[in-house]
Design a protein. Structure first.
Length: 184
């Protein structure tokens, strides 16, 4: 059976993993950002209480190894590359290029992908005596202002037309003059 399993390829949207000392399905689910149930469904007949070192199993999702100038994102129910591109201000093509081998029509819940940083366009408004900053997950106008030692008012004035209540990851802001020093 194990000899057959070594020959067997994992289904698309998953990858082969060789059991190591100390591995449990729970720890693997945590490490690869998936669930025990998802691992078990890919490996029918696996005995979670008797994993053997060297045993090869399939793990759902793909694990990108790097994500330069971007961030990792875990696929949730309802996600599509189009919706992710809109949410994070990048193109579908940029997401596909950052995740070689991804099947855009078969995203798996729990799959980890790289969301690349939006590339600045030359038609950005001038940022006189300041610098550009790309909005990251968790950013708010208040937090950005604190980070760069400017007031929210100064930040809003330097970015007319930007809705402070609707920042998008990858959106580019102008940080006014005092931005040379980080406050934290």
């Amino acid at each position: 059976m194990d000899e057959y399993r070594v020959e067997q390829q994992c289904p698309q949207g998953s990858f082969a993993y060789t059991i190591r000392p100390g591995d449990t399905l729970f720890l693997l689910a945590q490490r690869f950002n998936t669930t025990v149930a998802a691992i078990q469904s890919l490996n029918p007949g696996i005995d979670p209480n008797n994993l053997r070192i060297g045993q090869i199993i399939c793990i759902p999702g793909t694990q990108p190894t790097n994500c330069p100038n971007g961030f990792f994102y875990t696929i949730r129910a309802g996600d599509t590359l189009y919706l992710l591109a809109q949410r994070f201000g990048v193109s579908v093509d940029a997401i596909i290029r950052a995740n070689p081998g991804i099947d855009p029509n078969n995203l798996q819940i729990g799959q980890v992908i790289c969301i690349p940083q939006a590339i600045p366009t030359p038609d950005l408004p001038p940022c006189l005596h300041g610098v550009y900053y790309t909005v990251k997950p968790g950013d708010t106008f208040y937090l950005i202002a604190q980070r760069f030692c400017v007031s929210v008012y100064e930040l809003m004035s330097a970015n007319p037309g930007v809705d402070p209540n609707n920042l998008m990851i990858g959106q580019i802001l102008c940080i006014p003059k005092k931005c040379v020093i980080f406050c934290y």
